[in-house]
Write a protein that binds this ligand. Structure first.
Ligand SMILES: NC(=O)c1ccc[n+]([C@@H]2O[C@H](COP(=O)([O-])OP(=O)(O)OC[C@H]3O[C@@H](n4cnc5c(N)ncnc54)[C@H](OP(=O)(O)O)[C@@H]3O)[C@@H](O)[C@H]2O)c1
Length: 273
């Protein structure tokens, strides 16, 4: 029997590297460790290979349409039985000390954490659906909790994501673009948005998770918060180690889920959004 295939984005360091390590060590799995930087990705994959993990490196910059296309075309040739787990881990956050004006922070943050993650997922979806076990794991954050949205009407709209008659894919895209525009114009507060580009990017990703789970009932699609993890993103300040942060995403990719899809998880438990 051929190995199950798990793809991890942004896996050259941090939580992604640890998810890749766990997947590559898991009996019966092959991990495709992806990274936007060829050298950093190869070197990470080599270090896991030297530990005996089942790992293969492929370049994937989720924000680059050419890179996405090349990766997907190669994957169609290479993994004809499909992709068993896609772990969307790649992410970005401006540091508090970054001099970039707030008005310019929404676009790059929403691009990587939301729009490009969605584009990557949609491009790889046919391959994930080819697997009889297809799973998608979106590494989100507690920063994307619904309570961050000050406006009650907007909050209710997001809360309805994936429910019959609730927020759907196209409307979510429009809302997300609207947020970026409102931040650019300095109007986001008066329009009822939160003052967090990172939070909104992860909130949109969780909403997308719920919409996709409803749309694709044969798949298990879940989002999670890895916890506050000591990585470059957190300035190495988190109280969890990266291998501890990898536990929930890894469980959602490989563990027994009893059919759960469309959930938001933390510390290996489903939690309220
Ligand atoms: N650390 C925390 O406390 C925490 C808390 C909640 C959620 N998260 C989420 O957990 C995930 C992993 O974060 P981390 O803490 O491990 O951060 P990290 O150490 O900064 O790693 C982020 C990874 O994403 C990659 N990446 C960024 N943009 C990319 C792109 N366009 N295409 C492909 N890869 C890209 C980075 O690649 P480069 O090395 O090339 O930059 C890096 O490999 C993120 O989604 C983050 O939002 C983290």
């Amino acid at each position: 029997m051929s190995a199950r295939v798990g793809i991890v984005t942004g896996a050259n360091k941090g939580i992604g590297l640890e998810i890749a390590r766990k997947l590559g060590r898991e009996q019966g799995w092959l991990c495709v460790l992806t990274a936007r930087d060829e050298e950093r990705g190869r070197s990470a994959a080599e270090s896991l290979l030297s530990e005996g993990a089942g790992v293969r490196f492929r370049q994937l910059d989720i924000s680059d349409p050419d890179s996405r296309e090349r990766f997907a075309k190669d994957a169609e040739q290479e993994f004809t039985a499909g992709i068993d787990a896609l772990v969307n881990n790649a992410g970005f956050a401006f540091k508090g000390s970054d001099p970039t004006p707030f008005a310019e922070q929404a676009e790059p943050t929403m691009d990587i954490n939301f729009f490009s993650t969605v584009a990557t997922t949609e491009r790889l979806l046919p391959l994930v659906k080819r697997s009889p076990h297809g799973r998608i794991v979106n590494v989100a954050s507690m920063s994307g909790h619904l309570r961050i949205v000050p406006d009650a009407e907007l909050r209710a709209k997001f809360a309805s994501a994936g429910q019959p008659g609730g927020l759907g894919h196209d409307e979510l895209m429009l809302l997300a673009r609207g947020f970026v525009q409102d931040v650019k114009e300095g109007k986001h507060k008066e329009k009822g948005w939160p003052n967090s580009c990172y939070g909104m990017s992860k909130l949109c990703l969780i909403a997308y998770t719920k919409i996709l789970a409803a749309r694709e009932p044969t798949l298990k699609v879940n989002a999670c918060c890895p916890g506050y993890v000591a990585t470059d993103m957190s300035g190495q300040q988190g109280h969890k180690r990266p291998d501890q942060g990898a536990l929930t995403p890894f469980m959602l990719a490989t563990g027994a889920l009893d059919g759960t899809s469309g959930g938001f998880w933390s510390d290996e438990k489903r939690i309220d959004w």
